[in-house]
Write a protein that binds this ligand. Structure first.
Ligand code: HPA
Length: 248
């Protein structure tokens, strides 16, 4: 079964026929919201609103371990994470949809492993390729089927938030090789890996990052909402094609 984790602007999926909602609890506590089970274009999926149904959870306060464990426990094996991001690379303008292939983690103080030697024995997972190649390919195929040209690859930099970055922080991230900046990709991606789940991200560029292009002097927060609302409709269309492409 596919799981979809929705980020800012996506706390429900258009076209999802809801079958049931279930509140799960895990050894790590409660997930961000009740899980929504339903059918999207005929395929069974489970949906989780990362920031909660009312979008109240700040990125650093999300219980990522509970979210991933709950998705695992309900039988999901493939996770598609939808996340809004700022564009660092100049061509990744607002409205661009990107399937990143790498991550740099700038977050701190988040519970970022299941294998900490407390609940489970210490273990090290390989994370050379942080995203599932098969799931990335499926997303790109679904994008093509939906008539959307998704960007194939890009380095996602995960920042702590909830504030946006300074221009100098973005310049540093660009020097590091980051193409996109968001606040929730880590530790979500690594926890999925530790749980043995296939994980890929559909990143939605909703603004130029701080100091980039038109946002040289500041990021217009109000514009983010409008861009995000329009882009999420396109995201829903791409997601609806995932099931169809998976069956091929
Ligand atoms: N920075 C960090 N996270 C974000 C941004 C940004 O500019 N836009 C959307 N999520």
């Amino acid at each position: 079964m596919f799981a979809i984790i929705g980020g800012s602007g996506l706390n429900r999926i258009e076209g999802l026929e809801v079958v049931r909602r279930e509140k799960l609890s895990t050894p790590y506590g409660e997930p961000s919201a009740a899980l929504t089970f339903g059918k999207l274009d005929g395929a069974e999926i489970v949906f989780l609103a990362r920031h909660g149904d009312a979008h109240v959870l700040a990125p650093h306060l999300i219980n990522y371990r509970a979210n991933i464990r709950a998705l695992h426990d309900c039988g999901a094996r493939n996770v598609i994470a939808v996340a809004t991001v700022g564009g660092i690379r100049e061509d990744l303008i607002p409205g661009a949809l990107v399937v990143p292939d790498q991550i740099i983690d700038y977050t701190h103080g988040r519970a970022s492993t299941f294998f900490d030697g407390v609940e489970q024995p210490l273990a090290h997972v390989d994370f050379t390729q942080p995203f599932s190649g098969a799931l990335r390919a499926l997303l790109l195929q679904a994008g093509a089927a939906a008539g959307e040209s998704l960007y194939d690859g890009g380095v996602y930099g995960a920042t702590q938030g909830p504030r946006l970055e300074t221009a100098a922080e973005i310049r540093r991230m660009a020097r590091d090789g980051a193409d996109l900046v968001g606040m929730t990709g880590m530790p979500e991606a690594v926890l999925a890996r530790e749980m043995g789940l296939c994980y890929a991200m559909l990143a939605v560029v909703v603004n130029a990052a701080a100091g980039i292009g038109a946002n040289r002097d500041g990021v217009a927060i109000e514009e983010i909402r409008a861009v995000s609302a329009a882009a999420m409709k396109r995201v829903a269309t791409v997601l609806a094609h995932v099931a169809e492409c998976h069956g091929r």
